[in-house]
Design a protein. Structure first.
Length: 316
């Protein structure tokens, strides 16, 4: 029986009561939850959420941001997150604008929950703004954090009806229930997406189809990529012939290069049995923490090996 995959370690940043932190924490107690809360960090040492986290046995850290420049404070937080060996960061009522360097350091791995249906009502006072606009529906969104406030790609949303007589307070209270349901689900999807075949195929497709004169087709039951009307340069395999692997298969210069790659890193590369002694090599994609620059390089090399002369000299 295969060993269970280790759970992703998540750091949560709060500024106050931490109700969304609590929702993430209690969801993580389920046996099938793919993440655990590794640390809770607050920019206010008196934040009530710290006491809850500590009572639940979660390590905490707090330091006031007062008197520190934004980048200086974020550097302190970053050190604590990395010391806790977290792979993802969840903002849960964290009332701080983040420095660009901090955001870039966690790009694609830091999410936030916002009490509106983004892109509507970025920033504060979302519930009152929805009421003032005469909306019949409000809601909440979870999005990837980017340098611009509340502007990253939306990963999930829940709609919340606005009922007659609603105030900003009543709407906020009902939306908070939706937030507590939405946030754990989206976080779980985020930390497992690099093992999700559809997500991985989407990224492979993005890299492969960026190459000149490339197109996608189906070959041997697998999504495949070729020079238009010509030779294949990549295959995406998911448990093909029951091998249990999710991988990208690319062409090498021959058996010697194939063997060299496998010998150098057998955890990353393997010989796809059903391709015969052709020099094709498989790159495992389901191990997490994928080096997409390497994937892109191998795809480009494979493309060059099959490209006709009129294309082979194009800069890629």
């Amino acid at each position: 029986m295969a060993e269970p995959r280790p759970r992703a370690r998540v750091g949560v940043l709060i500024s106050g009561r931490g109700s969304n932190m609590a929702a993430l924490l209690y969801a993580s107690r389920a046996a099938d939850c793919p993440y655990e809360i590794a640390i809770v960090i607050a920019n206010d040492p008196d934040a009530p959420g710290l006491a809850l986290a500590a009572a639940e046995g979660v390590p905490t850290f707090a330091q006031s941001h007062k008197g520190l420049k934004r980048a200086e404070f974020d550097a302190i937080v970053d050190v604590r997150l990395r010391a806790a060996e977290v792979s993802h960061v969840a903002l849960a009522g964290y009332m701080r604008l983040l420095s660009e360097g901090f955001v870039n350091g966690w790009a694609g791995r830091m999410i936030n929950i916002h009490p509106s249906l983004l892109p509507r009502y970025k920033g504060l006072d979302t519930h009152q703004r929805a009421l003032d606009a005469g909306d019949t529906v409000a809601g909440c969104s979870v999005h990837l954090v980017t340098a611009e406030l509340d502007d990253g790609p939306v990963l999930g949303q829940t709609r919340v009806a606005i009922v007659p007589g609603d105030t900003a307070a009543t709407l906020a209270a009902r939306t908070l229930i939706a937030e507590h349901q939405l946030y754990p689900r989206v976080l779980a999807e985020l930390v497992t997406r690099e093992r999700n075949p559809d997500y991985l195929l989407g990224l492979v497709r993005k890299h492969a189809l960026a190459l000149p004169a490339s197109e996608e087709t189906l070959s041997h039951g697998m999504p495949a990529f070729r020079i238009e009307g010509g030779k294949m340069f990549g295959y995406f395999t998911q448990d093909h012939h029951g091998d249990g692997e999710i991988a990208l298969i690319v062409k090498t210069s021959g058996a010697d290069e194939q063997a060299m790659l496998i010998d150098a890193d057998p955890d990353l590369y393997y010989r796809p049995a059903y391709f015969g002694p052709s020099g094709w090599v498989a790159i495992r994609l389901d191990g997490g923490d994928i080096d997409w620059e390497l994937v892109d390089e191998r795809l480009r090399n494979s493309w060059r090996l099959v490209a006709p002369r009129k294309l082979a000299d194009l800069p890629i």
